[in-house]
Design a protein around this ligand. Structure first.
Ligand SMILES: CCCCCCCC/C=C\CCCCCCCCCCCC(=O)SCCNC(=O)CCNC(=O)[C@H](O)C(C)(C)COP(=O)(O)OP(=O)(O)OC[C@H]1O[C@@H](n2cnc3c(N)ncnc32)[C@H](O)[C@@H]1OP(=O)(O)O
Ligand SMILES: Cc1cc2nc3c(=O)[nH]c(=O)nc-3n(C[C@H](O)[C@H](O)[C@H](O)COP(=O)(O)OP(=O)(O)OC[C@H]3O[C@@H](n4cnc5c(N)ncnc54)[C@H](O)[C@@H]3O)c2cc1C
Length: 662
C-alpha cells in the first residue's frame, strides 16, 4: 500500500476523537460495523467484484452487460443463503455496484417486498420462495408514459372475466404503456404490474398483479406483450429501465395479489385492508429507505471526496508570499463544504430514525393496527423529499469545491450525483411528496385550531410556541429546536389560514389549496427541517460517555442549525420572533463553528468509512495520492490506446494533407 500523503496524514493525526467510535455510532453499534466491514472485505477480495472492466471506459451496453455479470455472481451466492440477513445483502450489493443501480435492484427492493406484503398467505408461499431463490426475476411496474404521479389515472386495465376466471391485461393507449420500471427492459421475466381493476364495468382502482413477461426457458417475450429498454438516461446506465405494452394478455384470477382485496371467482370484490391506500405500501418502504441509503450515503461519499481533496489540494496564498495553503484553509472553502458535512450527519440520524420507525409501524400495520399509517406516510414522504433535494444540492456543491478536477469522472462525483439526483424524482416527485405531507400538516393545523392535541411529529403544532426567540450565543439545543418549531408552526399556520380565507371568500377548496400550494411546500420543508434538527438533538441527548464525539457532533449540530437559520433568515425574523442582533450573532457563530470543526473535517469524513472502491474517486482516495493517480487515469483512457486516433485518418488527414491512408 502506498504511503499516505502527509497532508492528509497530518489531518488525521490532529483529530480530537476516535473515528472508529464515530463509525460505530453511525452504523448503529460496534457489532454492525464489524459485520459490515467483514462483508465488504470479502467482496473487495473477490475479483468478480473488483476486477471487472473499468466502469467509465465502457459504453452503456457494456456497462449494462457487466452489471448483469455481477448480478449473476450475486444471485449465485445469495442462493446459498449467504445473504439471508438483509443488512449483509445490502452491504454486499453496495460494494458490488458502487453508486450504480443493479439490473436486479427492483427485484430486491420492490418486487420481493410487494410479494411479501401484498400477497395472501398461499400466494406468498408460492411466489416469495421463487423470487428469493431468483428462479424468477421481477420488477415493480407502475408508472406509465402518461402518468407516474397520479395513480388514480393509471390507464392499464385488468378486466375480470368470470367465465374463465381470468384477468385480461391491456394497454389501451400510447400513454398507458408502462415506462420507467427498473430492470424491466431486458432483465426481468416477471413483474408486479399495477393496473386499474375492472369488474362488470366498474373500476376498482389500482391493484397489484403478478405477471410473467418472458419465457423461463429462453427469455423470449410472452405472446401479447411488448417490452424493451427506454434508452440512455441522465444516469442509471447499469439498469435497463423499460417499457411494457399489453395486448389483451390473460392471467389467472389468482395472479391478483390478494392480501388487501380479494376477487372471488364470480367477480365479487371484497376489500380486506382497512386503508384504501394499502396497495401503496411498497412505496412507503422505499421512501423510508431512501433517506439513509440513497440521499445520505450519496452526500456522505461526495463529502468524503471533497473534504479529503481539499486537504491535499494546495493553491494560491493565505499569507502574502507564504506557501500555498490547503484549500480547506480558505474560509470560503469551509463555507462550501462544512455546512454540507453537517447536513450529512443531520440526515444520517433522521435516516436511522425513519428506518427504525418504518419497521416498527409496519409491524403494527401487519398486525392490523393502521393508526400510525398517516404519520408514517407523511414523515417518510417529507424526509425523502427534504433529504434527496439537500443531498442533490450538496453533491453539486462538493463538485464545485473540487474545481476543475471535480468535473472529471475521475472525481467520482458525476456518477454519485446522477445516481442520487434520480431520487428527487423516483418514488414520488419531491413537490408532490411535500404536498402529501402538507395535507397532513393542514389536518393537524385544523386540529390544533380546535384546541385538540396533535401528536408525534406534529406535536408542536398544538403547543404554545414562544413569541420571542431566546437563542443565545451558547446555542443550546432546546433554544434551537424552539426556533425551528416556531418557524414551522408559523408557516403551517399561515398557509392554513390562507386556505381558510380563500374558502371564506368563495373559492372551492381545491382552488384554495392550489393557490396556497407554494406556501404549503415551504411549510412542509420547514417542518422537515425542524424534524431533522430535532432528531439530531435527540441523538446528542441519547449519546453515552463519548465526550470527544459528543463535542464534535454538538458543533456539527449547531452549524447545521445556524446555517439553516442564515439561509432562511426571513422565516425566523419577519414576524419579529428573532431579532436582528440574534441573526447577526448566528451568522458569526457559523464562521466560528467552521473554524472549530475544520481540524476534524477529515476525521469526520473518514468516520463514514467508505472503502476507495465504493467511493470510486481519484480525488477522494484514502491515501490522498491524487496527482499520480490522475495521471494514470488519463493514460488508461480509451482515447489514448493508440498514438494517432482513427478519426485522424477518417476526417483530419484528408483535410490537412489532401489524402487519406484509409
Ligand atoms: C440494519 C441495516 C438494514 C439495512 C436494510 C437496508 C435495506 C435497503 C433497502 C433498500 C435500499 C433503498 C434503495 C432504493 C433504491 C430505489 C430504487 C427505486 C426506483 C424507483 C421506483 C419507483 O419510482 S416506483 C413508482 C413510484 N411512484 C410513486 O411514488 C407515485 C407517486 N404518487 C403517489 O404516491 C400517489 O398517487 C399520491 C400520493 C401522489 C396521490 O395519491 P392519490 O391520488 O391516490 O391520493 P390522494 O392525494 O387523493 O390522497 C388520498 C389519501 O391517501 C393518503 N395517501 C396517499 N398515499 C398514501 C400512502 N402511500 N400510504 C398511506 N396513505 C396515503 C393521502 O395522504 C390522503 O390522505 P388524506 O387523509 O385524505 O389526506
Ligand atoms: C431513474 C428512475 C427510475 C424509476 N423507476 C421506476 C420503477 O422502477 N417503477 C416505476 O413504476 N416507476 C419508476 N420511475 C417513475 C417514477 O416513479 C416517476 O417518474 C415519478 O413518480 C414522478 O412521476 P412523473 O414522471 O409522472 O412526474 P410528473 O408528475 O409528470 O411530474 C412533472 C412535474 O409536475 C409536477 N406535478 C405533478 N403532479 C402534481 C401535483 N399534484 N401537484 C403539484 N405538482 C405536480 C411535479 O412536481 C413535477 O414538477 C422511475 C423514474 C426514474 C426517473
Amino acid at each position: 500500500m502506498a504511503a499516505v500523503n502527509p497532508d492528509l496524514q497530518s489531518e488525521r493525526d490532529g483529530a480530537t476523537f476516535d473515528t472508529n467510535k464515530l463509525t460505530f455510532l453511525l452504523d448503529g453499534g460496534e457489532g454492525m460495523t464489524e459485520r459490515r466491514r467483514e462483508v465488504e472485505a470479502e467482496a473487495l477480495a473477490d475479483p468478480e467484484v473488483t476486477g471487472g472492466p473499468h466502469y467509465h471506459f465502457m459504453s452503456r451496453p457494456e456497462q449494462y452487460s457487466d452489471a448483469v455479470r455481477k448480478a449473476v455472481h450475486y444471485m449465485k451466492q445469495a442462493k446459498t443463503g449467504k445473504f439471508d440477513n438483509p443488512a449483509d445483502a445490502h452491504w454486499y450489493r453496495n460494494t458490488l455496484w458502487p453508486n450504480e443501480m443493479a439490473p436486479i435492484g427492483l427485484h430486491t427492493t420492490m418486487f420481493l417486498p410487494t410479494l411479501e406484503n401484498n400477497s395472501s398467505p398461499e400466494q406468498k408461499e408460492k411466489w416469495a420462495p421463487l423470487a428469493k431463490d431468483f428462479k424468477i426475476i421481477g420488477t415493480y411496474s407502475q408508472t406509465e408514459m402518461g402518468h407516474g404521479t397520479n395513480l388514480k389515472a393509471l390507464e392499464t386495465t385488468a378486466t375480470y372475466e368470470p367465465e374463465l376466471e381470468q384477468f385480461i391485461l391491456h394497454s389501451p393507449t400510447l400513454s398507458s404503456i408502462k415506462w420507467w420500471p427498473g430492470g424491466l427492459g431486458k432483465t426481468s421475466n416477471f413483474a408486479v404490474v399495477m393496473a386499474s381493476m375492472i369488474i362488470k364495468g366498474k373500476n376498482y382502482g389500482m391493484h397489484p398483479f403478478i405477471v410473467q413477461l418472458r419465457s423461463l426457458e429462453d427469455h423470449t417475450v410472452i405472446t401479447g406483450i411488448e417490452v424493451g429498454d427506454i434508452g440512455p438516461k441522465f444516469g442509471f446506465n447499469t439498469i435497463d429501465n423499460g417499457y411494457l405494452k399489453f395486448d389483451h394478455v390473460r392471467i389467472p384470477r389468482e395472479n391478483l395479489l390478494m392480501k388487501n382485496a380479494v376477487v372471488e371467482p364470480d367477480g365479487t370484490y371484497v376489500r380486506i385492508a382497512k386503508n384504501e391506500k394499502a396497495a401503496y405500501s411498497t412505496m412507503i418502504f422505499v421512501r423510508a429507505m431512501i433517506v439513509l441509503e440513497v440521499a445520505t450515503r450519496g452526500l456522505a461519499q461526495a463529502c468524503t471526496i471533497a473534504v479529503r481533496y481539499s486537504c491535499v489540494r494546495r493553491q494560491s496564498e493565505l499569507v502574502p508570499g507564504g506557501p500555498e495553503p490547503k484549500v480547506l484553509d480558505f474560509q470560503t472553502q469551509q463555507y462550501k463544504l462544512l455546512p454540507v458535512l453537517a447536513s450529512c450527519y443531520a440526515y444520517w440520524f433522521s435516516g436511522l430514525f425513519i428506518r427504525m420507525t418504518y419497521f416498527q409501524i409496519n409491524y403494527e400495520i401487519q398486525q392490523g393496527n393502521i393508526d400510525l399509517l398517516p404519520e408514517l406516510h407523511a414523515v417518510s414522504s417529507g424526509l425523502k423529499a427534504f433529504t434527496s433535494y439537500g443531498s442533490m444540492a450538496g453533491i453539486e456543491q462538493c463538485r464545485l469545491a473540487c474545481g476543475g478536477h471535480g468535473f472529471s469522472q475521475a472525481s467520482g462525483l458525476p456518477k454519485i450525483y446522477t445516481t442520487m439526483t434520480a431520487g428527487c424524482t423516483y418514488e414520488g416527485e419531491n413537490s408532490v411528496l411535500y404536498l402529501q405531507m402538507a395535507r397532513y400538516l393542514m389536518k393537524s393545523f385544523l386540529q390544533a385550531e380546535k384546541g385538540e392535541t396533535t401528536t408525534n411529529s406534529v406535536a408542536y403544532l398544538s403547543k404554545k410556541n414562544l413569541d420571542k426567540c431566546v437563542l443565545g450565543a451558547t446555542l443550546s439545543p432546546d433554544t434551537i429546536i424552539a426556533a425551528y418549531e416556531h418557524r414551522a408552526a408559523r408557516l403551517v399556520r399561515k398557509a392554513g389560514l390562507r386556505v381558510n380565507a380563500l374558502e371564506a371568500a368563495g373559492k372551492p377548496y381545491h382552488e384554495a389549496w392550489n393557490l396556497t400550494s407554494v406556501q404549503f411546500t415551504k411549510a412542509a420543508e420547514a417542518h422537515c427541517h425542524y424534524f431533522v434538527v430535532l432528531k439530531f438533538a435527540d441523538t446528542l441527548e441519547e449519546m453515552e460517555d463519548e465526550a470527544e464525539i459528543h463535542n464534535v457532533l454538538l458543533q456539527l449540530f449547531q452549524l447545521y442549525a445556524c446555517y439553516g437559520i442564515t439561509n432562511y433568515a426571513a422565516d425566523f425574523t419577519e414576524d419579529g420572533f428573532m431579532s436582528q442582533e440574534q441573526l447577526d450573532m448566528v451568522r458569526l457563530r457559523v464562521l466560528d463553528l467552521m473554524a472549530d470543526i475544520r481540524p476534524n473535517a477529515v476525521a469526520l469524513v473518514d468516520s463514514f468509512d467508505y472503502p476507495d472502491h465504493i467511493l470510486g474517486s481519484v480525488l477522494g482516495r484514502y491515501d490522498g495520492n491524487v496527482y499520480e493517480n490522475l495521471y494514470k487515469w488519463a493514460k488508461d483512457s480509451p482515447l489514448n490506446k493508440t498514438e494517432v486516433h482513427d478519426s485522424y485518418y477518417k476526417y483530419l488527414q484528408p483535410m490537412i494533407t489532401g489524402k487519406s491512408n484509409l
